[in-house]
Write a new protein. Structure first.
Lengths: 1014, 374
């Protein structure tokens, strides 16, 4: 967790909105928060703590204390922290304020990261807690060493350490494991107890003489007991079988005797019966005779019935014959009637035919009507088309004419174009010539002006020269004069200088007879030289003037020549003068102007004509199009006219053929059709009736014949049958009366037959039984079974008793056997159970800490972690204490299994290890710093995902002397590797010198202010 | 002319809470004695005059006496610069006034180096500075390393080759110098090394900061070394001060031997008790006991014989690290299964049997599965 940006408002001493950007400071790795007491240094930590957990850093500051006392009621206290964990930015925003009445408004806490927004204090707290991985207490203990509390980590109890580490290193699983093991062990214990109880119960249930407490030999004992039982059972079984056998034998014997007795009785019975039957024999013979007679009567009855039937038949046949005759008569009458109608038949048929023809004809004409009307319609349309076209044609022709004339006219104009072009060109040339001339005129004028100027100058130069010459001559003569004078005087000077008898510098003679005499004032040589120089310069000037003159003369001459040439070129004869120039120029200009005008005119016309040429082209095309158009229209007209003629002709033809073509319609045809149908129907009816009558007649005739024949047959048979009947009656019954009376008794026939049958059967049966029984019974006599039965009953009772006993014995044995099996099984399970239980028990003891080192498994693991932490811490402590102190995990095992994470300090100087609480203030600080660093290092390296790479130390350095301070700072500087950031609050001035970057907190008039120095 | 090159006095330093001030006074007196017997024109002190930015009263007094002796009695000029231990501002007190007396103090980084001219020698005084100090002078450039900063700064300095140009500065120069514990790291990350070739233009560079007397790259780029041994990592260094003759740039080193020497001895407790090792009993000692176990009250016993035992360590034991059950293995890399095996062995001195292992694994899996760790 690295803070990136902190914003505070109305929070403790920070009234105004204060933003602290930690980015630059984080880069430095270590920075100092300095400022006067009470300026608000620790408040920064409080703010961070509060932002993360909703609580404070130290334990003795509550949240409401944060509310800035300067803030007005409706100003919200806001703390917002932007921090980074695992490279992800998180922003937590906490805000609270008061309503006017002084009650607190609900907190508005929000937490934002990577697109997720969490709201509400609880949720925010939970989310942050999850991300940081530690709760506020642990956070403070690991990451912050708050003012006055740095020894907490050092002095905390072993229990508390366990809790902290458990959370940090996620050994909750091990706790669960321990619990599970304990539970499992207890489970096994219970099962074992249950098993034992069951065994004992079963043992008790065994009906044996044994100790009902299960032990090792129990199994053997019960097994042997069981075997004994088995033996007993077997013995009994043998006896039981014997008894059963005897029982069977006895029963069989009794049964046989009984059987015999019965048979004897039966035999006698049957004899009696046979006798009886015999007595009745006669009766039954009579019965038989009567039956026979009745049967005959029945037969005759049948015949009688037949006769009746036949008579009936004959009668009905006669009746039908009569009816047939009647019908035939009717038929004839009807036929006669029909003939009348048949006369009409021919006429009707004829009528029908004619009607049909008419219909057909009209139908055909109807189709013609369609064509006729169609043609008419078309004609109408054609007319319309034609009208339109004529109109169009007229318009087109008109416009065409107009356009053609236009085109012609334009063409004439355009034809003039080439000529105009030529004119234009000529004009151009001419104009150019004029311009040239004008230019030349100007040139000439300029030349002439120059020439004039030169003439003037010539005068000047001549004057100059003359003057110069004069001056020079003057100067020269003056100079000459002075020079001569000087020279002449030289002698005088020389002479004046000459000394007697001194050699003359000129001639060398010593005598100086004629001494020259100074006459005038002489100029000095110097002056004479100047004169000479002056004269020289004047000469130079004169020469220059002369040169100039000469030059100019040449120039003048040149000009003159030029002018003459030009004049010739331009054709000017007059003498040149200003006036002449003016006249010439004005002429030229005038001409030029005129020419220009004409030129312009021509140009315009040409331009216009060219445009016209274009439009002409277009118009010509249009003209052509129009012509085409006209031709097309004409053709169309022709086509239409042709068609029209054709149609008219066709319609006329139709009309000629069918004058009433316009009047015929489908309805009239349909009416005619209907008529035809009616007619047809009538004809058919007549014909049908005729056919019917004829058929009927035929049928009747046939039937009549049949019936007649049939009647004859029947009457014949009847006679025969009657005779037959009478014969038989006489034969079997002698008279009709007998027969009749016998007839009445036919219904008794069936019963009689049945009775007879029964009797016969009975007789048969009895005879057979007698035959069977006779051999069995012959010579034997009935016996008295009472005694035997009694004996048997007694025996049976006894047997039952004995059998029951045996059965009970067996049952008992089986029971016992089952129980023994159960016990054996249970015993086996029990043994296994004991083994498992022992295993679990043993493990549980060890895991829960009841072992030689009094360490539970979890504590063992935590202790290992602790060892690692101490390893890291010792590295720091060694530097901090210059090799004097080392951490040591206390392993003395006194008391219960609550050990394992206690801390001692080894002092190398005194060579013993003592409790960490015995260190001095400064030493404590170093130790707790080392421990905190060690813990932090461990957490960083442990793959638990918790990233706590910011480190806050609030004071504590004041308790260190100079050397210790050096060491501490070295250690801290060294920590900046691994992306760690260390913030120190201290007012120790040495630190200010050593650590440049930081935050300076000052107490302003209203609230604190921060300044970040990087 | 000849001058003395001193550096790293660290006046007022405490070594394991033993006040070295008296020894420091001794040694400074030795320097003064030398000057009184030789022809020296100047004393150059190349930084780290005091040990702390706010020096103790005694330290101030000592320096006061020393300077007094040098300037008022021996009449030599003194040139001092501040080092990384000194507080620039405090050391700078009255420097302008003191100049007139021959005491030149330079603690500020100026755009142009100031120099003191003595005879034909120019002493350029460049106090200790960090790259960011240079940034205050040269606004636009960001110096990240000391080397960059120094190179930049020196490139703007003009030297007159007609004089002997001597640079006095306090920095970490050269790569293979001897470093000891008592030199504080100048900055993070070791980017404080300066290439000695930057000083090619100077005839002599009087360096301060490293405590071992040594030359870097050439004889005339030299650390004078500290006044005495200031940590137990320096016990093999023989301290001295350097006398430089500017006529031929030759050097002489004069040893500095305090009455109490800082030394380290190693031996068994027995050896020490029987006086078998230590030559001078009242030396400032760091004792390394080779015994394999802690000797109770060793320090008291030893102090009875050697009153100035400052540090007591057991190197053997530090190597072992474990004074306890040594079955604690790399916890973080082990699975709970492995941990349990070790745990079981440690508790029962037996290996975990197969049946128990099965049970344990099962329960551990359950515990791990049912409990979703955060």
């Amino acid at each position: 967790m690295k803070p990136v940006k902190l914003t505070m408002q109305a929070f403790s001493t920070y009234l105004d909105k204060t933003v602290i950007d930690f980015t630059a400071l984080n880069e430095k790795g270590i920075y100092l928060i300095s400022g006067d007491t009470g300026a608000g240094k620790t408040t920064i930590f409080d703010a961070i703590c509060y932002a993360l957990y909703g609580e404070t850093s130290g334990s003795n500051r509550s949240t409401d204390v944060f509310r800035s006392s300067y803030a007005s009621l409706d100003e919200a206290t806001i703390v917002e922290l932007d921090f980074m964990v695992h490279e992800i930015h998180y922003i937590v925003h906490r805000e609270f304020s008061f309503r006017r009445s002084g009650t607190r408004r609900p907190d508005q806490d929000t937490f934002y990261y990577e697109g997720h927004l969490v709201e509400g204090k609880k949720n925010v707290n939970a989310a942050i807690r999850k991300i940081l991985g530690v709760d506020s207490r642990q956070f403070k203990q690991i990451v912050m060493i708050a003012q006055g509390e740095f020894t907490k980590m050092l002095n905390v109890s072993s229990e508390e350490r366990v809790r902290i580490f458990r959370n940090l290193f996620h050994t909750q699983d091990l706790q669960v494991f321990e619990d599970q093991l304990k539970k499992a062990t207890k489970g096994y214990e219970d099962r074992y107890k249950t098993s034992m109880t069951r065994l004992n119960t079963l043992l008790a249930g065994l009906d044996m003489d044994i100790d009902t407490n299960y032990s090792e030999d129990t199994i053997a004992t019960i097994r042997s007991q069981l075997a004994i039982k088995k033996q007993q059972v077997e013995i009994e079984e043998v006896e039981r079988i014997a008894r059963a056998r005897e029982d069977d034998a006895r029963i069989k014997h009794i049964y046989e005797l009984r059987e015999l007795n019965t048979a004897i009785d039966q035999y006698h019975q049957y004899i009696e019966q046979a006798k009886k039957l015999n007595e009745e024999k006669l009766h039954y013979q009579e019965l038989e005779a009567s039956i026979k007679r009745l049967e005959c009567a029945r037969e005759l009855q049948h015949t009688e019935k037949e006769i009746i039937t036949m008579e009936e038949d004959a009668r009905s046949t006669r009746e039908s014959l009569e009816e047939i005759a009647k019908e035939m008569q009717l038929n004839l009458e009807e036929s006669a009637e029909l003939e009348g109608k048949e006369g009409d038949l021919e006429r009707l048929t004829f009528e029908l035919e004619a009607l049909r023809q008419t219909i057909a004809q009209q139908q055909e004409e109807l189709t013609h009507q369609d064509v006729y009307f169609a043609n008419k319609k078309r004609l109408k349309r054609i007319k319309r088309h034609l009208d339109r076209r004529y109109e169009r044609l007229e318009i087109a022709e008109q416009s065409h004419k107009k356009l053609s004339s236009h085109v012609e006219r334009d063409q004439q104009s355009v034809d003039r174009l080439p000529e105009l072009r030529v004119q234009k060109h000529d004009m151009e040339v001419q104009m150019k010539a004029i311009v040239d001339r004008r230019v030349k005129l100007h040139e000439l004028s300029d030349a002439w002006d120059s020439y004039n100027r030169e003439i003037e100058r010539h005068y000047e130069l001549t004057n100059d020269y003359d003057q110069a010459k004069a001056e020079y001559q003057n100067a020269f003569s003056r100079y000459k004069g002075e020079y001569d004078l000087y020279m002449s005087q030289q002698a005088g000077i020389l002479a004046s200088r000459l000394q007697k008898n001194a050699p003359c510098p000129v001639c060398g003679s010593i005598h100086h007879p004629h001494l020259a005499v100074l006459t005038h004032d002489v100029m000095s040589a110097h002056d004479i030289d100047s004169l000479e120089q002056e004269a020289e310069s004047l000469k130079t000037r004169m020469d220059e003037a002369y040169d100039a003159l000469v030059q100019q003369t040449a120039l003048k001459r040149e000009l003159k020549i030029r002018i003459t040439n030009m004049k010739r070129e331009l054709g000017i004869i007059e003498e040149l003068s200003k006036r002449v120039f003016i006249i010439l120029l004005s002429d030229t200009i005038q001409q030029h102007t005129n020419d220009a005008k004409v030129y312009e005119q021509i140009s315009d016309e040409i331009h216009y004509l060219e445009k016209l040429q274009n439009s002409l082209r277009v118009n010509k095309i249009d003209c052509q199009k129009m012509e085409e158009n006209i031709t097309t229209t004409r053709n169309e007209i022709i086509t239409l006219e042709t068609e029209r003629a054709t149609l008219i002709a066709s319609n006329q033809m139709i009309l000629d053929h069918t004058p009433e073509i316009e009047t015929i319609s489908q309805e009239s045809i349909n009416a005619k059709r209907k008529e035809a149908d009616d007619l047809n129907r009538e004809i058919e009816t007549i014909r049908g009736a005729r056919q019917e009558l004829d058929r009927k007649h035929l049928v009747l005739t046939t039937l009549q014949q049949q019936k007649t024949e049939h009647l004859f047959d029947v009457e014949q048979s009847l006679v025969g049958k009657r005779d037959q009947f009478n014969e038989r009656v006489i034969k079997d019954f002698e008279s009709m009366e007998n027969y009749d009376s016998t007839k009445r008794m036919i219904k008794l026939l069936d019963d009689k037959q049945r009775v007879l049958r029964e009797y016969q059967q009975e007789v048969h049966t009895v005879n057979q039984l007698l035959t069977t029984l006779k051999p069995k019974v012959e010579g034997k006599e009935k016996q008295d079974l009472t005694k035997i039965q009694q004996d048997y009953d007694a025996f049976k009772a006894d047997k039952k008793k004995k059998d029951d006993y045996a059965s009970a014995l067996r049952y008992g044995y089986n029971q016992a056997k089952r129980i023994v099996q159960q016990i054996e099984q249970l015993a086996k399970d029990n043994d296994k159970l004991i083994a498992d239980y022992n295993l679990y028990f043993h493990l549980n003891q060890i895991v829960s800490g009841r072992n030689v080192h009094k360490l539970s498994f979890e504590r063992y693991v935590l202790a290992s972690f602790f060892e690692h932490i101490l390893d890291y811490a010792n590295v720091e402590l060694q530097s901090l204490s210059q090799g004097r102190f080392q951490f040591l995990r206390r392993t003395q095992t006194k008391g219960n299994a609550g050990q394992g994470l206690d801390l001692n300090i080894i002092d190398f100087e005194t060579g013993d290890s003592r409790d960490v609480r015995s260190l001095s203030g400064g030493e404590s600080f170093k130790a707790s710093l080392a421990l905190a660093l060690g813990l932090s290092e461990m957490i960083q390296n442990f793959a638990g995902g918790i990233e706590l790479n910011a480190f806050f130390i609030d004071e504590g350095f004041g308790s260190l002397d100079g050397e210790s301070l050096d060491q501490a700072i070295e250690v801290l500087m060294d920590l900046r590797r691994n992306d760690r950031v260390i913030s120190i609050i201290s007012h120790v001035s040495e630190l200010k010198d050593r650590i440049e970057s930081g935050i300076v907190v000052t107490r302003g008039a209203v609230g604190s202010e921060v300044q970040i120095i990087v | 002319m000849k001058f003395i090159h001193l550096a790293d006095l660290h006046l007022g330093k405490m070594l394991h809470q033993f006040n070295l001030i008296d020894l420091q006074k001794e040694l400074l007196d030795q320097v003064v004695a030398y000057i009184q017997n030789h022809d020296i024109q100047a004393v150059v002190i190349a930084g780290d005059i005091y040990d702390r930015s706010v020096p103790s009263q005694e330290a101030v007094n000592i320096l006061n006496d020393f300077l007094n002796q040098l300037i008022n009695e021996a009449h030599v000029k003194v040139l001092m610069i501040s080092g990384n231990h000194d507080s620039n501002d405090r050391l700078n007190f009255a420097s302008a006034i003191l100049e007139s007396q021959g005491l030149y103090i330079e603690t500020r980084l100026k755009p142009e180096m100031s120099y003191v001219e003595i005879a034909d020698v120019r002493f350029y005084m460049l106090p200790f500075f960090k790259p960011l100090h240079l940034k205050h002078l040269v606004k636009d450039i960001n110096f990240t390393t000391y080397n960059e900063a120094m190179a930049y700064y020196l490139s703007y300095q003009n030297l007159d080759p007609r004089y002997r140009n001597i640079l006095i500065t306090h920095q970490f120069v050269g790569h293979h110098s001897q470093v000891s514990d008592s030199e504080m790291t100048l900055s993070v990350g070791g980017t404080d090394v300066i290439d000695p070739r930057l000083f090619a233009r100077f005839d002599y560079v009087a360096l301060g900061h490293l405590h071992a007397p040594q030359s870097v790259q050439r004889k005339t780029i030299r650390y004078a070394g500290s006044l005495m041994r200031y940590s137990f990592s320096e016990v093999h260094q023989d301290k001295s001060f350097t006398v430089v003759d500017t006529d031929d740039m030759s050097l002489v080193t004069i040893p500095l031997i305090p009455s109490l020497q800082v030394t380290m001895y190693r031996g068994s407790y027995e050896d020490f008790i029987e006086h078998r090792i230590v030559t001078k009993n009242d030396d400032l000692l760091a004792i390394e006991l080779t015994d394999n176990h802690l000797i109770p009250h060793a320090i008291d016993q030893l102090r009875q014989r050697y009153p100035n035992v400052l540090q007591l360590t057991y190197p053997q034991l530090l190597l072992d690290k474990n004074l306890h059950l040594d079955h604690y293995h790399e916890v973080k890399n082990m699975s709970y299964y492995e941990l349990f095996e070790h745990f079981y062995e440690d508790m029962t001195d037996q290996k975990l049997d197969e049946a128990s292992r099965t049970i344990v694994h099962e329960l551990l899996d359950e515990a791990g599965g049912s409990n979703e760790a955060s």
